[in-house]
Design a protein around this ligand. Structure first.
Ligand code: BES
Ligand code: ZN
Length: 621
């Protein structure tokens, strides 16, 4: 079929899409603020809907196909600009007619703008394209890099600005659109997206997807592989490789309950289904809140449900982030700080107050670490960031997560929980499917919560938090009851007294991490051995504990842990774990050698994003 005929079909598809779709919501969804991380001009031209038609080629490690955008050129501009990154553009059609396009030169971090000449009435823009070798959102896995080691696997990670490396799009968090997709994959494999998803592999290898709720490009996601589904309840379930599905199903038993717990706090879950996909171990992050289908690392499958709070976090993004979205990456704390706060509220409702106190205490510790690393006067420790001309991932620090969530905790403590909760619920309702800047949030909070009450204003001191560095003086610092026991266990261990294994057997991940983090450093090899003999840290199946333990093992040159650490580094691609390990190794000459050898061996198992982070640590670039 020729291109013109295909695009006429695409245009027909549009009419049905728009009838079923949600035009009014997407109409008003472009943020009214300059986003420095998109080269598109979607602030002037509305991109309402995307029809994506792509083929996934594992031999070439390439996605190819076309993306058709339904636009509204309301200001009658002469050019539409889209974001692309390392992409080959074959041709462009405007309303079915070939158009002369121009691919601009590359801008650091941002890629190249694709310029397309349009008229005032242009409606359908089709871009035929192929992804490049440096498509940073994509990780192509050979069978041996998967859990089951039988089939190839592909997944995307689009946040923050990588959707443009696999879809020519307007790639800013403030630009929302609906989408439908047709995805062709090798027969026998399953394809999943951040959309309505299949539950079984089909014979044709062709899958159709729909997302009727407008979403920003950073929430576009695709995974292709040998994937099974297992139901949790009527609206939740889990996807994983066949060899992982049962363990994953066991681990996520409480996910259905989590969704209803979240709803009781801040209103209805508005996305239909909530499923979780467990990815192969190279996934560079813990989790990603792709709408309807959270992507997560297998490192949370500990066998004892001890790390499921990560799912609570990604689920919470269904409100903070996916429903109400940060307008630009400078407002990132509105996504992550709110989500961390909300995650802890869900976990508190399910696990109790003494449990969540530990998470708040760790939050404070993590904030201290982040502020120390960045420097207490660094402007990157403000909640409102200034990432113009920079890599948006520079903002991906615990400032957004921990300073952000502790700010909300302070507001809660100041106005009382009841008022806080009705305010947040109203906030989500009134901003549903919209984007918001920090300033808009502050104005909204003033109008609806603080209401000019100067006593409350003075207690909170918004300026110090949002436009000020470091840890504000009034930062909540919670001392958990359950850490009292842990602190005395540390003292008694250091004093060489017998170890109380009975008490420790009931500890959660927070207690273990607190126990290890607060040991004096470095411990002697004999102390490390004594810890290991008693608590079997080298063999732990809990990745959070393993990571802290391996960092200590490097610092103390505790060689008995190195084989297990080697294995951990060979498969785990989660940046949160890799970074501290490689950083610790780089501190000594021997360690440097070890880091270089390990990285050379295992680099290929890491996602391009994780590789970029480790390159920085090892090569300093
Ligand atoms: N949305 C983030 C992940 C992200 C942020 C990816 C910015 C790329 C750019 C996700 O929700 C997240 O925060 N994941 C955490 C989970 C944790 C805080 C429970 C992670 O991956 O560690
Ligand atoms: Zn998050």
């Amino acid at each position: 079929m020729n291109k013109i005929a295909r695009s006429i079909i695409v245009i027909c598809l549009f009419f049905s899409a728009c009838r079923n779709g949600n035009e009014t919501k997407s109409d008003s969804s472009v943020a009214d603020v300059k986003d420095f991380h998109t080269l598109s001009n979607a602030d002037s031209i509305i991109l309402k809907h995307l029809e994506l038609d792509i083929k996934v080629d594992f031999d070439r490690k390439q996605i190819s196909g076309n993306a058709t955008w339904l636009i509204d050129n309301k200001h009658e501009l002469k050019t539409l600009k889209l974001d692309t990154y390392d992409m080959e553009i074959d041709s462009v059609l405007v309303d079915g007619k070939l158009a002369a396009f121009k691919l601009d030169s590359t801008v650091k971090y941002l890629g190249s703008a694709l310029e397309i000449p349009i008229g005032p009435d242009s409606r359908y823009i089709t871009v035929y394209y192929k992804t490049g070798k440096d498509a940073i959102a994509l990780q192509w896995l050979d069978p041996q890099q998967t859990h089951d080691k039988k089939h190839s696997f592909l997944y995307t990670q689009s946040e923050s600005i990588y959707a443009r490396s696999w879809i020519p799009c307007a790639d800013g968090p403030g630009i929302r659109f609906t989408y439908r997709a047709r995805v062709e994959v090798p027969k026998g494999l399953m394809a999943l997206m951040s959309a309505r998803n299949p539950q079984y592999v089909n014979d044709s290898g062709i899958y159709h997807f729909g997302m009727e709720i407008p979403v920003p490009a950073y929430l576009m996601a695709l995974a292709v592989g040998d994937i099974n589904f297992s139901k949790i309840d009527d609206r939740t379930g889990v996807y994983a490789e066949p060899g992982m599905i049962e363990k994953a199903r066991y681990e996520f038993e409480d996910v259905g309950k989590m969704v209803s717990t979240a709803e009781k706090l801040y209103g209805p879950y508005r996305w239909g289904r909530y499923d979780v996909l467990v990815l192969p171990p190279g996934f560079p992050i813990g989790g990603m809140e792709n709408p309807r289908l959270t992507f997560c690392t297998p490192t949370i499958i500990a066998g004892d449900r001890s790390l499921v709070n990560l799912v609570a976090h990604e689920l919470a993004h269904s409100w903070s982030g996916n429903l109400v979205t940060n307008a630009t990456w400078n407002d990132f704390w509105l996504n992550e700080g709110f989500t961390n706060y909300f995650e802890r509220r869900i976990t508190e409702a399910m696990m109790g107050e003494t449990f969540i106190e530990m998470s708040w205490a760790q939050s404070y510790e993590d904030l201290q670490i982040a502020v120390n690393e960045l420097g207490k006067d660094n402007k990157d420790t403000w909640l409102k960031l200034d990432l113009k001309g920079r890599d948006p991932d520079d903002g991906l620090t615990d400032i957004a997560y921990e300073k952000g969530s502790l700010f909300l905790k302070l507001i809660e403590q100041t106005v009382g929980r009841e008022r806080m909760d009705s305010f947040l619920r109203k906030y989500f309702d009134e901003h549903a499917f919209k984007t918001i800047t920090t300033e808009e949030f502050l104005a909204y909070m003033d109008k609806n919560l603080i209401k000019g009450d100067t006593a409350v204003q003075n207690k909170i001191n918004i300026k110090a938090w949002v436009y000020g560095p470091g840890i504000p003086q009034n930062c909540p610092h919670i001392f958990p009851q359950r850490f009292v026991v842990v602190d005395s266990a540390i003292k008694s261990f250091i004093a060489g007294k017998p170890v109380d294994k009975q008490t420790a057997s009931a500890w959660s991940t927070y207690e273990w991490v607190h126990f290890l983090r607060n040991m004096p450093k470095p411990l002697s090899a004999a102390q490390m051995k004594r810890l290991d003999d008693n608590y079997k840290f080298t063999k732990t199946g809990n990745s959070e504990i393993a990571d802290v333990w391996f960092v200590m093992s490097i610092a103390s040159d505790y060689k008995a842990a190195f084989a297990a650490m080697d294995k951990f580094l060979s498969s785990v691609g989660r940046r949160k774990f890799l970074e501290p390990l490689y950083t610790e190794m780089m501190k000594t000459t021997n360690g440097k050698k070890m880091a270089e050898e390990l990285y050379l061996k295992y680099k290929m198992n890491y996602h391009p994003l994780a590789q970029a982070s480790i390159d920085k640590i090892i090569l300093g670039k």
